[in-house]
Design a protein around this ligand. Structure first.
Ligand code: NDP
Length: 281
């Protein structure tokens, strides 16, 4: 498994798992838990959740899935911006830990910019570190100007989680390079384009036909992930609700895209030629 290196020297796998919409359906619960556990076993040990997902239901399900695996997991959760005051961060982190059934997070992110002064949120994050409740903190949906503002407050941020897939390449113009220079890992969310049209695009199918994995012909989903993972300093967190999807995603790390593949994909999904405002879901 390829890895990315955090500012503090810790390395984590470049392919992890998302959990948005997980835990919302009783009928899918067992599959979702099995999928997360299979992913951890396959080395996709970064698990991303948020207090906002299903009003805590995602965290509760993750807690159940990792109950016997906590030490194998790099656990990430996020505070909702309206809760990101100094006191709010203390209270909401503890509530997340309770739902997750653990005493610490590896990484705690501010979900997106809030009305609370950034310096106050950062102070809250740093207090959580001092108290041993989180190892590191980071941000999400921060564009270049937000990262510049953060520079003036602290250099403690280790990750910036943003929308990045073939359909949303705006961050290639500036943010990806700037994150790298700051030694801030970019976490790519929705790397599969939420399982939508990206996976049926003819260019994706064409490139998939050129590749094999150890389990057989490559899929468009595997190409989408291999494309995001082609660069250093990027950690992708696809969400899979079934073991079938999970196993398929895990094998994406076997695929090396060629220059011809990249040209085919660039023609269908052109790279940005100018600054674009950060896309968000
Ligand atoms: P993804 O791009 O990960 O796509 C998930 C969808 O793709 C699901 O419908 C899933 O279906 C489907 N899928 C998964 N694997 C395959 C496969 N091999 N073949 C075909 N379809 C597949 O979208 P998300 O929006 O979930 O993003 C991933 C994670 O990023 C989130 O779960 C969340 O943790 C994080 N995120 C963070 C945001 C932020 O603001 N910080 C915003 C959005 C997401 P199925 O469930 O049936 O497997």
């Amino acid at each position: 498994m390829r890895t990315v290196k955090l500012k503090n020297g810790r390395t984590v796998p470049a392919l992890g798992m998302g959990t948005w919409n997980i835990g919302d359906s009783g009928a899918r619960r067992a599959d979702e838990i099995a999928s997360l556990q299979a992913g951890i076993e396959a080395g996709m040990t970064v698990v991303d959740t948020a207090e906002m997902y299903g009003n805590g239901r995602s965290e509760t399900l993750v807690g159940e899935a990792i109950a016997d695996l906590r030490d194998d997991v790099y656990l990430v959760s996020k505070v909702t911006p309206s809760n990101a005051s100094y006191e709010g961060v203390q209270k909401h982190c503890r509530a997340s830990l309770k739902r997750l059934g653990t005493d610490r997070l590896d990484l705690y992110l501010l979900h997106w910019r809030s009305g609370v002064p950034l310096s106050e949120t950062v102070r809250g994050m740093e207090q959580l570190q001092v108290d041993g409740l989180i190892e590191d903190w980071g941000v999400s949906n921060f564009d270049v100007d937000d990262m510049d503002e953060l520079d003036g407050i602290s250099d403690g941020c280790v990750a910036n989680q943003v929308l990045y897939n073939l359909e949303h390449r705006g961050v290639e113009f500036d943010l990806l390079g700037e994150d790298r220079e700051r030694e801030v890992v970019t976490m790519a969310y929705s790397p599969l384009g939420q399982g939508g049209e990206l996976l049926t695009n003819p260019a994706m199918r064409e490139v998939a036909k050129r590749h094999e994995t150890s389990a057989g012909p490559a899929s468009a989903a595997q190409i989408a992930l291999a494309w995001v993972l082609r660069q250093e300093n990027i950690l992708a967190i696809p969400k899979a609700g079934s073991i079938k999807h999970l196993r398929e995603n895990a094998l994406a790390t076997e695929i090396e895209l060629s220059q011809d593949d990249l040209k085919t994909l660039d023609a269908a999904f052109p790279p940005p030629k100018r600054k674009m405002s950060l896309a968000m879901i």
